[in-house]
Design a protein around this ligand. Structure first.
Ligand SMILES: Cc1ncc(C[n+]2csc(CCOP(=O)(O)OP(=O)(O)O)c2C)c(N)n1
Ligand SMILES: [Mg+2]
Length: 377
């Protein structure tokens, strides 16, 4: 018998606005109206400014570790723009642009990185999950959220963001397998920035594209230039249509690059060549849109100067709001864990300000322990 092909496939790569701001009129026409593109550009610039300010806050001891988003703004931002406001955004930790576009107040992200849990108490109507620091966990959460939506007959889908490194995690493969085989409307949005901290992508994935991992699960997939907001919007719309109409999951590999360190706890100069970083600086998603808007007469230096002022104002007031919040209520450490707190934990909560934490004062023979009055801070 002749050997036949069991399976062949191709994976499309989408690029609409290239590094020189050349625009593919056929693919890009009508994708993002001019007025929206201006708003997206302004929003990305404000996010970039927050990135710079957050870095300085960390360096001056006013914030804990912070992962800069610099260079990757077009990915989550394009997705948040293309999706419905009631679709779940299930982020990793470098999706500020998308979360802010959805409406998350900037100070909540600052609070999160300042170690204040209230930064994670995201208003329900925003349909955003809190940042996921353990790599890969959020892909399972997204699959569960979309499964619940399907079960309830809602048209809501979930879009989850993760890095190239996360695709080596077991959680990723479980989520992909589950979503593909149970027809769950999840968009798996991989931000392939070629690095998982200091580990280069090529030693985590031997295949030429990360997108191929989806093919193994029978899932539709596409690759795009993740620094091209038009390409991102194009791919997310395609994925969302399939998810809504057929209930199928979709995998997007957005090729991008983090221009900063992994986090403020990292020094990428120790493992990345400056030439590589410099090459990617020319592919910055923000520069590209600015060039495009300028050549179309939609942007100029005066608008840029006004935007810089606004960015400074908006970010400064977000920092002020984050830093001026009243200290958290210590009891919340216990209160937020259970709907009804178990008695032993209630005792710990009520005695934590004495030196006999968890010890019932009435049971200590001869001891007279006066409990401090409960304070709100
Ligand atoms: C389960 C788990 N293992 C290890 C880490 C430490 N860690 C934090 S970020 C990271 C690399 C993630 O790389 P990638 O998925 O490519 O995301 P990127 O930051 O590049 O967007 C690792 C290993 C973690 N947070 N969680
Ligand atoms: Mg990565």
């Amino acid at each position: 018998m002749p050997i036949k092909s069991a399976f062949t496939t191709t994976i499309d790569h989408v690029s609409i606005l290239d590094v020189n701001a050349n625009f593919d009129e056929k693919l890009g026409a009508g994708l993002i109206p001019d007025a929206d593109l201006v708003r997206l550009y302004e929003h990305m610039c404000v996010c970039r400014h927050l990135d710079e300010v957050a870095f300085k806050l960390q360096r001056s001891g006013r914030m804990g570790t912070f992962p800069q988003n610099m260079g990757q703004e077009a990915t989550s931002m394009g997705a948040a723009y293309a999706l419905d406001k009631t679709d779940w955004l299930v982020p990793c930790y470098r999706e500020n642009a998308g979360l802010f576009w959805r409406g998350l107040p900037m100070e909540m992200i600052l609070l999160h990185w300042m170690g204040d849990e209230r930064g994670n108490a995201i208003p329900r109507e925003l349909y955003c999950m809190p940042l996921a620091i353990p790599i890969g966990t959020q892909m399972l959460h997204a699959t569960g959220l979309a499964w619940a939506a399907k079960y309830r007959g809602e048209k809501r889908l979930a879009c989850t963001f993760f890095g190239d490194g996360a695709t080596s995690e077991g959680d990723f493969h479980e989520a992909m397998n589950f979503a593909a085989n149970l027809d769950i409307p999840v968009i798996f949005f991989c931000q392939n920035n070629f690095w998982a901290i200091s580990v280069p992508g090529k030693i985590q994935c031997s295949a030429p594209t990360v997108a191929q991992r989806a093919v193994a699960y029978g899932m539709d997939t596409i690759q795009c230039d993740g620094n091209d907001i038009f390409a991102v919007v194009y791919c997310v719309r395609k994925a969302a249509a399939l998810a809504r109409e057929k209930g199928r999951p979709f995998f997007i590999e957005a090729v991008t690059y983090r221009l900063g360190d992994h986090t403020t706890a990292d020094d990428a100069r120790r493992y990345r060549d400056q030439a590589e970083v410099d090459a990617w600086k020319t592919r910055d998603p923000i520069l590209r849109i600015r060039k495009f808007l300028t050549t179309r007469g939609l942007w100029d230096d005066a608008k840029e100067a006004a935007l810089a002022e606004r960015a400074q104002r908006d970010v400064s007031s977000a920092v002020e709001r984050a830093e001026s919040i009243a200290p958290p209520n210590r009891d919340d450490f216990f209160n937020n864990m259970f709907a009804t707190i178990p008695p032993d934990l209630a005792l710990q909560r009520d005695t934590m300000q004495t030196h006999g934490i968890g010890q019932d004062p009435s049971q200590i023979e001869g001891a007279v322990i006066e409990l401090p009055a409960k304070t709100s801070h």
